[in-house]
Write a protein that binds this ligand. Sequence first.
Ligand code: ADP
Ligand code: ZN
Length: 736
Amino acid sequence: MDHSTRSSSSSATSTRVVDVLVPVALNQAYSYRVPRGMELKPGDVVCVPLGPREVVAVVWAENANPDPRLHNRLKDVGEKLDVPPLKQELRSLVDWVANYTLSARGMVLRMSLRMGENLGPERMRLGVRLVGEPPRRLTPARRRAIDVLSDGLLHGKSEAAREAGVSSGVIDGLVDEGTLQIEAMPPPLTPPAPDPSFAQPEFSRQQRTAVDAMRALAASGSFHVALLDGVTGSGKTEVYFEAIAEIIRRGKQTLILMPEIALTGQFLDRFAQRFGVRPLEWHSELTPRTRARNWAAIAAGEAPVVVGARSALFLPYADLGLIIVDEEHDQAYKQDDGAHYHARDMAVVRAHIAKIPIILASATPSIETEVNARKGRYQRIALPSRFGGQHMPHIEAIDLRREPPPRGRFVSPRLADYIGQAIEKREQALLFLNRRGYAPLTLCRACGHRFSCTICDAWLVDHRFRQRLVCHHCGFSMPRPNICPHCAAEESLAAIGPGVERLQEEAAQLFPNARTMVLSSDLITSIETMRSELNEIAEGRVDIIIGTQLVAKGHNFPRLNLVGVVDADLGLSNGDPRAAERTFQLLNQVIGRAGRDQGRGIGYLQTHQPDHPVMKALVASDREAFYATEIDQRERSGYPPFGRLASLIISAGDRPTAEGFARKLAAIAPIDERIQVLGPAEAPLAVIKGRYRFRLLVKSLRNVDLSDYLREWLAAGPKTKGNLKLEVDVDPQSFL
Ligand code: ADP
Ligand code: ZN
């Protein structure tokens, strides 16, 4: 390491030392010396040398008693960046989340610092303008450049060069000749602020009560959790917009979290209809420049409303006044790589630390949230019926044991009839199947060979559109062969089971004149194509939509009245303690797409288990029955929220290493009568990307500090080395 950087002149006694948290996988902050003349306080964003690199980091604390022996070995803070300091509120959140999830603090901080490279004041853009006579030596390139600039207006320098098809050297030459002049481009206009009074709708009587509660909540300016519990189509969005309006009037910021930001095109437009402009977006597909600009606007308090994916929770809002978590029950809020955190739960933590209100919105609240509402810890604000007098969809089960589809088909004759009738009435139908691709399994009819991934314990999924067999866990893919690689039989491969692509084929056979469209995440190339496809559907240019869970979320398709769930049992069988809850929520949500505008919505559930409590609750439209059964079951078994869970996932390049480590770890688990350590067991997905996986499940009573217990245990445990990996997942959502 090079210790000479900027450290030569300062003397040991007079220099201050600060502890700086760097955004890498480290828990502790590092000490750096503060160069003379640099003002620094906790929260300041700085550049510091870290090994061979310079990184953007944050001053976490003053170090009053640095070890004098280390002093001369410390490096200096490189530079203080000209951005607002991270507030105590956000630093506490970072500490809290790291502590709770057992993630490195640096990894959590990293989510706050995702401003990209162009941090700081926007790079000044240069423009050129035609001001003088053409030069004596007029090359064709120079002539083209002058042509482009002949309007006498200011053009961006690089844009002008590109438009004229010349290098920037040609432009510079013309500047030297006095033909062109360089000027600074004016900064891009800041968009107008949302106007809380732009277009407030008329509310129904039911909505008015909820709106009053929303406004009171926003005005309270203190920590308070509300569950906005409204059926699909009840106007939850319109109602929580009024809480936002109140916060805008108070000059504070609102964060709206969405489970799937790709799907928010309609949302942005609705926001603009209500407030006159679109809100700021935050998600992974922003360009670096937009990302930097949005980050700066958020930190400077110039973005009154931000709509974002889960990582938006960690941004440095200048003055956050309200958080809204839309579709709070959605699984996508759980991040399962890097720091394992649940954005809904951590949003409640942030609201608590910041002392602000938070609204959780859902038609099918998570069991955790529902229990909190029942116990009075959260205020329930209910919208029990649809806006505009629309009925909730009627739901029927189709018992596949009695009415099976024809061989090799997946739509039962009755469902096909109903779809035909819908098309005749010029209405849309949605066939829902939560399975991407053409078929989940391919086998050889001659020898029985099944195509599986070479490095995962998983079948390869046939994707006809891409013409490949694909592993859904690691992305491995291969062309679909014509000859069985095992027995060399020709034309012997059979697709087993349906995916959405296969359903499209079936729909086309059943209704040759219908226009079909598949909506599935793997077929979407960008947020923009997704948004335009959703618009096509909303405008009625599609008759049959075939979709995965992507279609379940948050869209309004005015002409959609029929939803057919092709395999309602699909999510029930995977041994996940939340399987029933997930299935109930997903099916409710997808059927809730029907009949929102006019006509009566209807949902058909193709199932082999019409007597399953989830199917019965759906068919009877008896939400209460579902929650009562499920909450009771959780309580009896001590599952969340009546107990706590954490998973330890151990993986290694070979099975004995992973298993041996898992056993050693289990053997030294501290004894505590309130805590059970289950396993190790081979994970249901036993091999992913060539790594063998074992799981331990830790289950405790509700009042136990499970994070502390885990920390003590792991500190005393064997150390991971080589390619052994230990992942800690507190409050796991996935058990694969
Ligand atoms: P949810 O989020 O509860 O499913 P939405 O907020 O999307 O419901 O509302 C459903 C539909 O009803 C939307 O098209 C919305 O614009 C419309 N809507 C709801 N409330 C009103 C209102 N007060 N005035 C006009 N349209 C409304
Ligand atoms: Zn694989």
